[in-house]
Design a protein around this ligand. Sequence first.
Ligand code: SAM
Length: 296
Amino acid sequence: MGDQERGEVVLATQAEAGDPMTGEVRFEPGLYQGTAGYYDRFRLPYPGPMLADLTRRAALSGRGRLLDLACGTGQLAFPLCGLFAEVWAVDAEPGMTDVVRAKALATAADHLRAITASAEDLCVEPGSLELVVIGNAFHRLRREPVAERAHAWLRPGGCLALCWSTSPWTGPREWQRALAGMLRTWQNALGAAERVPPGWDQARRRLPDHEVLSRAGFEPAGRHEYPVEHRWTIAELAGHLRSTSFLPPSVLAGHAAEFDADLTAVLSRHTADGHLTETVSFAYELARKPALPITR
Ligand SMILES: C[S@@+](CC[C@H](N)C(=O)[O-])C[C@H]1O[C@@H](n2cnc3c(N)ncnc32)[C@H](O)[C@@H]1O
């Protein structure tokens, strides 16, 4: 990825034990507890043209099964669900799958199933999926076993798409740098710096995602980028920040009002028309399970 959540690295300061076999750093489970409502409301949707391009390249049949792994509140499952006979939206955090279930009910998406499970433990029948999507989450999973499992679950010719987007505090604009500095201060003050394990992306630099996918047996089908201009209000950013794993409501707790006042003080000097503008980089990396050779 273009290290979409690089800001979380910048904000981290304390060490956490990694996997001694692979050097991969493990994120604590439960980091998104209590964030689902904010996640659903304040995360930006993946751009329609990006999803249209993804589904075109994946050459969907319209009768297949989609797996949205580490689905959050269904940021990929819902926009894609019309193209599948069956959709599984899977997340380890029960608060996320509760929201997915409620949305599926509200939109009469009867073929969309919310499942609370970790990517590493989920059971799927081999060869039963047409597409697996993982949005802003592959770095949080045990990449190598998950890639191998996804490969086994897909039918020959099926695709895996890693979808990404950058975070507001990671960009080059003055307000984004001011925001990153302010978040670092708050994380340290609230003793929350260790929620993002430092060095989490070192293993990914050593062994990039596309290499993990290729070792699992996938053929690369390209990385495709979709930059989008977005205008935030400070209130929307306050909501967005509560949807993160590093400053969720449980961490802000009794300091929430003070945090919001500081956010307003830091950002209001950068607003134009009450807004802060950034270019969000959306992207997806596509990989395909090779089709079976034609036998004569
Ligand atoms: C940044 S959110 C991404 C949500 C959504 N896919 C998106 O594109 O916005 C990361 C999600 O991964 C989930 N998650 C983290 N580790 C997981 C695991 N091992 N198995 C399944 N879900 C996991 C979290 O609960 C959280 O909902």
